[in-house]
Design a protein around this ligand. Structure first.
Ligand SMILES: [Zn+2]
Length: 252
């Protein structure tokens, strides 16, 4: 299949440049004869109109252009069986108040991926709107998987540069529930946007990003504005800790 594609591509690319060997009354006729040379070998070489159909996807691959689907999202009830590490009896919200939210996002490789967050039902739609805006901005996100895939460990999730939301856990460095325990907070690209408290940097791999360099995946004013437009506030505006990865609808 690749051979057919390459031949088709070369012939098509060279067609217009081939001088007409026969008397050519007009440039239009020259173009027509060029087309005939291209299509004839394709028809005789393979029993196929279907192989012609396969030419376009392959050309995209050859040119290194990923197929773009555009932003998509879904909001659905979440099965408690999936929250084996992040939820337990005694958590401040019942599973029935939580939603599985999927969104399309850009990767650091310039391709699209589908990520999943667990969020409180009350903030699910606004979160979708935020991630639609981040998609429009071309903002890359490393990973977006449930913390349950990391055993519910915030440290492990952060070390994997994983963007996450719901996790029934105490607030970092304090007592009481984190806003994540209510599904009202999102941590975005934690490596590129670390949590800073004194000399503590979490995750430790985020140290090079503590001063918010202009690099992919680092939250800048445009991303803060995308969240703010939907009523989400940024932990990077706090004095201590400075939680660059953290956005919440309550400002906590
Ligand atoms: Zn957070």
């Amino acid at each position: 299949m690749a051979g057919v594609v390459a031949a088709g591509w070369v012939l098509a690319a060279c067609g217009p440049a081939v001088p007409a060997p026969s008397p050519a009354p007009s440039p239009d006729v020259t173009g027509t004869s060029g087309e005939a040379h291209v299509t004839a070998p394709l028809v005789t070489a393979a029993p196929v109109t279907t192989s012609v159909d396969l030419v376009w996807p392959d050309l995209h691959a050859v040119e290194g252009e990923p197929v773009i689907t555009g932003f998509r999202s879904s909001v659905a009830p979440v099965d408690a069986a999936r929250l084996t590490s992040s939820w337990r009896p005694g958590c401040p919200v019942p599973v029935s108040d939580l939603r599985s939210v999927t969104v399309t996002h850009w990767t650091f490789e310039g391709t699209e991926a589908t990520g999943e967050l667990v969020l409180h039902a009350e903030v699910a739609d606004s979160a979708v709107a935020v991630f639609a805006a981040l998609y429009d901005q071309g903002f890359p996100i490393r990973s977006m998987r449930l913390v349950d895939e990391f055993g519910g460990s915030d440290d492990a999730s952060m070390a994997a540069d994983n963007t996450s939301a719901f996790n029934c856990r105490p607030v970092a460095g304090g007592t009481g529930w984190s806003e994540h325990a209510y599904g009202r907070a999102v941590d975005l690209n934690p490596r590129e946007n670390p949590y800073l408290r004194g000399t503590v940097v979490l995750p430790p791999e985020g140290a090079p990003y503590a001063d918010r360099p202009q690099e992919p995946g680092v939250v800048q004013d445009a991303q803060v504005a995308a969240f703010a437009a939907q009523g989400w506030r940024w932990g990077g505006a706090w004095s201590s800790p400075v939680d660059l990865q953290h956005f919440s609808t309550t400002g906590r």
